[in-house]
Write a protein that binds this ligand. Sequence first.
Ligand code: HEC
Ligand code: HEC
Length: 321
Amino acid sequence: MFRKILLALVGILVLVLVVFAAFVATRQHLRFDAPYPEVTASTDSAVVARGHYVVRNVANCAQCHGDTTQWVANQAGAEVPLSGGFTWVIPPGSIHARNLTPDEETGIGRFKDGAIARALRHGVGSDGRALLPFMEMQGLSDEDLVAVVSYLRTQPPVHNLVPAHSYTLLGNVLKATMLANPVGPSETPPQQSPHGANVENGRYLVEKVALCWACHTQRDEKTGALVGPRFGGATNFIEPADPKHTWSPPNITSDSTGRLSTLSEDDFVARFRLGRILPGSPMPWQGFSRMSEDDLRAIYLYLNSLPPVKRDVGPPMVDVK
Ligand code: HEC
Ligand code: HEC
């Protein structure tokens, strides 16, 4: 009797696993037809200059898409080609950053303006895939979307073939479940970008472009889901180019345990102007250090307006034993 029940249970378990495996397998090549934003690259010098500022200083696309052979120069602030190739070896698989130069064969040369804009706004790749959530910039304003695409078009093309991603079993399961659907904007993005040393501009920069919360909030190591209080800091942040350390992006709220409580508005601007102090820090200080004074003040004002979080994540850099 007991054996029969056990066999039946094993049978059910096997059946469930087979059905789940089939479900996962059928969902590996899902395609989505999110709308193409109406974006046409401009050659207007003011538009290209704004795109340059967003790409190089605020969104820091080179942090991930920069030429991997020029990592040191990149960290030191040189504007290296966005020729891609950086590889993250993470639990879901080996993920490669695309070549964003206008090379026809290996870059974005053949992608329509709208396809590049759609990748950023709706998280859908040029081939209709749901992109992995590395670029949570869906809230870029219409104006900035045009500016970014316009700047990318001005780059010299670099021929660099980046391999396709390869996924682990976990990656395949995530692609079929949690990460199956592309992520679009959480609210209608503004047409124009805010400007000036004010909370509204700070909110836009912090939440939608510079993505300070993406590092300064604890995440689940396997899935990347945010699991801690926003801006409350994080531990065990891994910078793949620097395997000797893990990082703890500090709490950046105004609580007494937060970094903001120790900095006046002027101190905050001065700290950003200093750039990277801890060698290898994954924070893109090289770009942020050149942000406009108004934008840095706006960021400070916005962070100060957020609810304080009590949490101390300890020293910013920990040696890997
Ligand atoms: C945190 C790292 C990171 C940053 C910062 C980043 N990207 Fe990406 N980007 C990636 C990764 C990883 C992929 C591959 C995603 C995938 O294929 O699922 C990608 C893919 C892309 C694609 C290709 C979409 C397609 O059709 O395959 C475009 C276009 C792109 N990024 C543009 C940008 C621009 C523009 C910026 C700056 C405004 C930027 N990225 C910043 C990591 C990043
Ligand atoms: C790619 C991850 C990443 C992003 C994005 C990021 N940070 Fe950080 N941040 C870190 C890490 C890691 C540290 C700790 C190491 C260091 O101080 O460089 C840090 C440190 C800091 C510090 C403390 C510096 C000090 O001297 O004590 C402040 C303030 C800060 N970040 C603010 C911000 C703000 C504001 C933004 C958005 C504009 C932001 N960070 C975006 C990873 C990040």
